[in-house]
Write a protein that binds this ligand. Structure first.
Ligand SMILES: [Zn+2]
Length: 252
């Protein structure tokens, strides 16, 4: 089971880290996968997605990482300690990525089994622009909805690490309360994106679609600005049975 999850995670990470896709360079980006109810694999600090192998991941405890999220008084020293005590394997010398808390916040939800965090070029072009929130508030075309859902979560810039993980957690809670479904992507201003899914295929598809639509949007802003689909048309595509079927075949 662990070996199978790890193998899938390695393949997903190399896909997302492929230099030809420009989703991450050098040590940018990180990925994770659920092992069981309380543990998950996350990229070890200092590894590179494009050529990562099984030894580029560490197993961590979900419970030990999520405890600190509730502790408002936790500081930098507590973060270092939590990352260390969360390591599952005795004698593990590598350290989990500093964004491990972000992965813990997502993987505590059973619907998500794989998470990919990247800094794709066009997506970050928009996320680092004056139009960041506007660009990710709408849907451009039916395939955008089929792959990424009817809406994504937008997160204004906050300090990476624990503070960011708390912000993502509360914005996902609000999204679920308002929309009645889980989001498939989180767009983080001046930072990058998160893609969440039940399979590596879903995570790669969401990231691919986010980057393609971002490229389209960069173009659309140069010709008068994007014309997003009307809310009722977005809703229609999101709930149509044939589109639900297409959605399923894309992600599994
Ligand atoms: Zn990042």
């Amino acid at each position: 089971m662990r070996a199978d999850v790890l193998q899938q995670l390695v393949a997903m990470s190399r896909y997302l880290g492929d230099p030809a896709r420009a989703y991450a360079i050098l040590g940018e980006g990180n990925t994770s996968a659920r092992i069981d109810d309380d543990t998950f694999y996350v990229k070890a600090s200092g590894t590179v997605l494009s050529d990562i192998g099984a030894d580029g991941f560490v197993a961590v405890s979900l419970g030990k990482l999520t405890d600190i999220l509730e502790d408002e008084s936790a500081g930098d020293a507590d973060v270092t300690e939590a990352l260390e005590t969360a390591l599952v394997d005795p004698g593990e010398r590598r350290r989990p990525s500093v964004e491990t808390f972000l992965h813990a916040v997502l993987l505590r939800r059973r619907e998500y089994a794989f998470v990919g965090h990247t800094h794709p070029t066009y997506t970050n072009t928009l996320l680092c622009s004056a139009k960041a929130e506007h660009a990710f508030a709408g849907r451009t075309c039916p395939d955008h909805i089929v792959v990424m859902g009817h809406k994504s979560v937008f997160v204004p810039y906050v300090d990476p690490g624990l503070v960011l993980a708390r912000e993502v957690k509360s914005r996902i809670e609000r999204f679920v309360a308002e929309e009645g479904v889980l989001p498939r992507a989180v767009m983080m201003q001046n930072h990058g994106m998160l893609a969440m899914g039940s399979s590596p295929k879903a995570v790669c598809g969401i990231t691919d679609m986010a980057e393609k639509t971002s490229q389209m949007l960069v173009g659309a802003y140069s010709v008068g600005g994007p014309r997003f689909m009307a809310a009722e048309d977005v809703e229609r595509i999101f709930t149509r049975p044939d589109e639900k079927y297409r959605e399923k075949t894309i992600s599994t």
